[in-house]
Design a protein around this ligand. Sequence first.
Ligand code: ZN
Length: 616
Amino acid sequence: MSSIDLIGQTSTKMSLENATAFQKGTRSNDGEPGPNYWQNHADYKIDVELLTDKSMLRAKGTITYHNDSPDTLDKLVLRLYPDIYKKGNARSWPVAPDDLNDGTIIKELAINGNSINVNDSRIVRRSATNLFINLESLLIPSDSLKVDMSWELFIPETQTIRMGNYGNNRLFIAYWYPQIAVYDDIDGWDILEYFGTVEFYNDFNNYEVNITSPPYFTIWATGNLINMNDIYTEKVIRNHTKASTSSDIINIFTIDDCRENRVLKKTGKNIWNFVANDVPDFTFAASLESNWDAASTIADKQTNRRVLVDAVYPDSINTFDKAVYYGLKSVNFMVDSLPGYPFPYSHITSFCNGENGGGMESPMMVNEGDPSDDGSAMSLIFHEILHTYFPFYMGINERKYAWMDEGWASWLSYGIADDLAPDYNYLSRVSASFENISGKEKEVPLMFLSYQIKDYQSYRSHSYSRSALAYAYLRNALGDSVFKSAVYSFIDRWHNKHPGPYDFFNTFENISGQDLDWFFTPWFFDRVYADIGIKKVTFDNKVVVENNGGLPLPIYLSCTYLDDTKETFYRNASVWKNGDRGVIFQLNKDKKPKRIIVGNDIVPDVIRENNEIIFE
Ligand SMILES: [Zn+2]
């Protein structure tokens, strides 16, 4: 029932850092945040100017960092993500020579008003994408400090890793400001460098960002635009208001409106004031000429609060004109079915960068390519919007546990794909991708830390497909209503906090009232693989199905008799709960079987030869 059980019944011991957190009471065995749980946060006030002609950003800001931990901090760790483009830095992928630069160019840095020389190695150490600053006066618990900074960076144009200048005056700006790393109860400072593959682990911060745009550019961003009335024409504001209160999809403006100057009040530069509270990041998009579609839907059934679902895209597109339609369907599934929790944000904007595909999430903003077919488009849009819950609302450390967010996004995309594009066979794609690697040397257990995985196929299976299937089969095993209440409780307990894997395991055991080690241990900790087979058929028509791979999978069995009638059987994964190696199915004793087959295309199986018996 508790994390202690989970250790007790297996040879897997909880890591020392996690065990210490449970002892200190920041986490607890029933899956709730512990009585001593804490986390830190920061307030960011940033003025940034977008210089599209130079493909640059110039910014200046103040970060107020609050130490809510019980520890006295003697240093500060700042993440300088743009340093991934710095000459000489390590990266997961090569970067085109044109995009190599000096990373974040720090013009000024001061702590509590005292200016700091970034070249003074006694105080400042810059290592890969991190900036370590030794604090002259210690930051004691319950106190805060101020960091003043001004900086510049180049926006990449060729190798656009999660952000960039995509040409045609379309830009998406993410991973762009000096960000205070997370200091938590498990690891202390998170000092992982950003090499490109691993993504978010951020605190919940407040942002006030004033963005100066070049003339005629429109900006979309995390949070709410406070000075909308100063910026947009009355027609745009009227359309925005209409979309915010109706589920009918409308054009807020079109490319022609941009060309004929019907969007913005001013013809010169604009300053856009955005405010976002309790969010783990801030990103923005800019475009000279776009279509902007929107509609809204209920985000919270208790309060009838609505969320604006909108999409920004250029003229020549394949599928992106359906982005709002797919977005509405996605949010409705998320609120009504799974995760079945109110959608936390006021808007979710899908920005099409004009590339062929791919997508990158951030709070309230998605940077997306334009997929060529509807199946890919709808699953991409669903996937990126689902990230609103995991990792953002849930504060997941996906640098260590990418399966805690990518797995949910990968699995739940079936919610839209099966509805709108059943022929796309979404789950069979997930199953096939796991089947390709399951049982092979390079497949690593889910509790192996994401950032340690260098091989791309290993990383994909670890973060996306194995975990997606684990969630799907856990739902089948627990039943829909128990599973849904466990997911609901997990979100309810941990949103705006930082849950780890044990908080997930413990919450599911606590809410279901079941010991789930039989499922969690093989799916998350062990090197076991997907292989179910027919061991034998007895003289009295009993079929013995054996689990050769050790992974608890559901069993779909079908038998065609000599008279061409057919019988099917289904057992969810809990059939393996007691550790039995075999499961017996009783066929009709009065008939002769012609063909027996176990498994199907939504259950991975690495050895299909033992899945079928044909009686000659
Ligand atoms: Zn994702």
